[in-house]
Design a protein around this ligand. Structure first.
Ligand SMILES: NC(=O)c1ccc[n+]([C@@H]2O[C@H](COP(=O)([O-])OP(=O)(O)OC[C@H]3O[C@@H](n4cnc5c(N)ncnc54)[C@H](O)[C@@H]3O)[C@@H](O)[C@H]2O)c1
Length: 326
């Protein structure tokens, strides 16, 4: 079976493509290979995927509808994972147009492609826990109000969910949106705190701790995420009522928020270094806490994350040492 994955050279896309290839699928990966972070990390991921002859890659910007249409024209597919996006909360204050192009125009183009593709059955796309903004009610549940985003990144992810809802309603396009909660692991993203802390610890540099450490994050290990996505592919889309809108949104987190300072302790132990901490105020656009209610995804897909940060972060550190040759 041919499955399309956008954002294939990205962190989650790379792991997902690998898992799909191991299941014997033909994977068509798309990515613009943009330089938001070191492109050599993206090409290193791709060179691993390209050792499998069932993997086909096209460098394409999903905001360019003509290029996107041409890249997918040779293939017949029924399912697509749409993970390409401009990620990162803080960068959305610096370069808003990257978010408008990739996340809004790009998502709309993907919806149009899927709507018009003969025999298409299921679009699984990435949303984000950031849509919950500064919500006080925890844990965050899918039917909580999310119309007060605190960053443009969050606003674009919520807008994607709204566009998807409309395509479900108007065109019966089956879709599953997944709100990821701080996904981490080997081959991760250099803009994320756990990566920067590890690098700085190993290089003997101070680490910047925002909001004086008063932050909690629901950290989700990449293997748990990939298992969850494969289950959604296999069992989905779940339709509760005949004739109901076939678009659903789920949290995918760990249901276990960790104190930021505890995360630092786990990294100190894994690196065998002591952090020099620079305590700083809260960053604009950031949120104090994320905490996923997993009731819906457990009921529909039996999603049960297994990996704690005590197990997952040392795996990242071990990978990072090899990757950075430290
Ligand atoms: N990693 C997390 O903790 C997390 C949390 C919440 C949501 N998400 C979402 O999950 C998805 C995957 O995230 P990730 O962590 O793998 O990020 P990533 O940045 O590693 O991967 C995204 C990939 O998309 C590509 N891309 C960006 N704009 C593009 C465009 N216009 N056309 C084609 N390709 C484009 C990038 O080059 C990159 O390789 C994203 O949608 C992200 O917003 C991730």
């Amino acid at each position: 079976m041919t499955i399309v994955v956008t954002g294939a050279a990205g962190f989650i896309g790379f792991h997902l493509c690998g898992a799909l290839l191991r299941q014997g699928h033909h994977v068509v990966g798309l990515d613009s290979l943009n330089d938001y972070y070191d492109v050599s990390l993206k090409t290193a991921r791709l060179s691993i995927l390209e050792t499998n002859t069932n993997f086909t890659f096209a460098k394409v910007n999903i905001a360019d509808m003509d290029a996107l249409t041409a890249a997918l024209q040779p293939y017949k597919f029924k399912q697509m994972f749409h993970l390409a996006a401009q990620a990162g909360v803080r960068y959305s204050l610096e370069n808003p147009s990257a978010y408008i192009q990739s996340n809004l125009v790009g998502h709309a183009n993907i919806l149009e492609i899927c709507r018009h593709h003969d025999g298409f059955m299921h679009l699984i796309y990435a949303s984000s826990s950031s849509v919950y903004g500064g919500n006080q009610k925890i844990p965050f549940a899918e039917d909580d109000p999310v119309d007060r985003p605190v960053s443009l990144y969050a606003a674009t992810k919520k807008a994607d969910e709204l566009m998807s809802h409309t395509y479900g309603h108007l065109y019966d396009l089956a879709q599953t949106g997944v709100r990821f909660f701080t996904v981490y692991g080997p081959w991760g993203r250099p803009d994320m705190a756990y990566w920067m802390f590890t690098r700085n610890l190993l290089e003997g540099r101070p680490i910047r701790i925002f909001n004086n450490g008063d932050m909690r994050r629901d950290f989700t290990f990449i293997d748990d995420v990939i298992e969850g996505l494969l289950t959604i592919l296999e069992k989905g889309p779940v339709r509760h009522d005949k004739g109901a809108n076939p678009h659903r949104v789920y949290n995918m987190g760990n249901n276990r928020p960790e104190e930021l300072l505890h995360m630092v302790e786990v990294l100190e132990k894994a690196t065998r270094r002591t952090a020099v901490q620079k305590l700083e105020p809260m960053q604009p656009g950031d949120v104090k806490e994320t905490f996923a209610d997993l009731t819906a995804i457990q009921a529909d897909y039996g999603f049960q994350p297994k990996v704690s940060i005590e197990e997952g972060l040392p795996k990242f550190v071990q990978w990072y040492r090899q990757f950075a040759d430290l």
